[in-house]
Write a protein that binds this ligand. Structure first.
Ligand code: URA
Length: 198
């Protein structure tokens, strides 16, 4: 079995086990997507309408902007892995509630422990505050955090603004692009022997 097949199996098992009530209103789960050997895992908030319809994360407007930002640092979506803290679309795209994040969290922990990325990038405050509750996104964005978090294989975290929040806000868009430009240097600085750890 390939790593991609094993990861798919992991998703299917967690979808069966997950007790998040959003399952009842969503069309389908939205599994994480991308390279199971990626050095970077991006964690967003929750699927939107397009993601719910297709079962793929970040394929709407925010996903297009994310692809542009990846291209700006010479990366493609196939180089990274992207997922959400909540795997089912909240009705009317409302913010996910704390208990929904907690119910979906074991799934996210399992994904992270499977991929063992060198760097976890939080897209927006929802995923960031689940792991780093004391941080405020307007202060923390673009600043590398080195921290041991129980049950996580990764020690490096980079909070960024959510691309959807930056879509129609020129200032935030420019900040997000500037923060994104730091990613290649950060990857060079953190020297986790990624391949050997697997
Ligand atoms: N916003 C998110 O946080 N996740 C998605 O999958 C799409 C939009």
């Amino acid at each position: 079995m390939t790593r991609a097949q094993k990861l798919l199996e992991l998703h299917q098992q967690f979808h069966t086990l997950c007790e998040c009530k959003l399952k009842e209103t969503a069309i389908q789960p939205v599994f994480g997507d991308g390279n199971p050997d990626a050095r970077i895992v991006f964690i967003g908030e929750a699927p939107g309408k397009k993601e719910d319809e297709t079962g793929k994360p970040f394929i709407g407007a925010a996903g297009k902007f994310l692809a542009e930002m990846l291209a700006s640092i010479g990366m493609k979506r196939e180089d990274i892995y992207i997922t959400n803290i909540v795997k089912y679309r909240p009705p009317d795209n409302r913010d996910p509630e704390r208990h929904e994040k907690i119910e979906c969290a074991p799934w996210l922990y399992a994904e992270l422990n499977f991929i063992k990325p060198d760097l976890v990038i939080f897209l927006g405050r929802h995923s960031m505050t689940h792991f780093l509750p004391e941080l405020i996104i307007s202060d923390a964005h673009g600043k590398l955090v080195h921290r041991k978090i129980p049950y996580l294989p990764t020690e490096y975290f980079l909070p960024l603004y959510h691309p959807a929040a930056a879509l129609y806000n020129g200032g935030m868009r420019a900040t997000l692009l500037e923060d994104f430009a730091k990613i290649p240097t950060i990857l060079n600085i953190i020297s986790t022997p990624h391949a050997q750890a697997k």
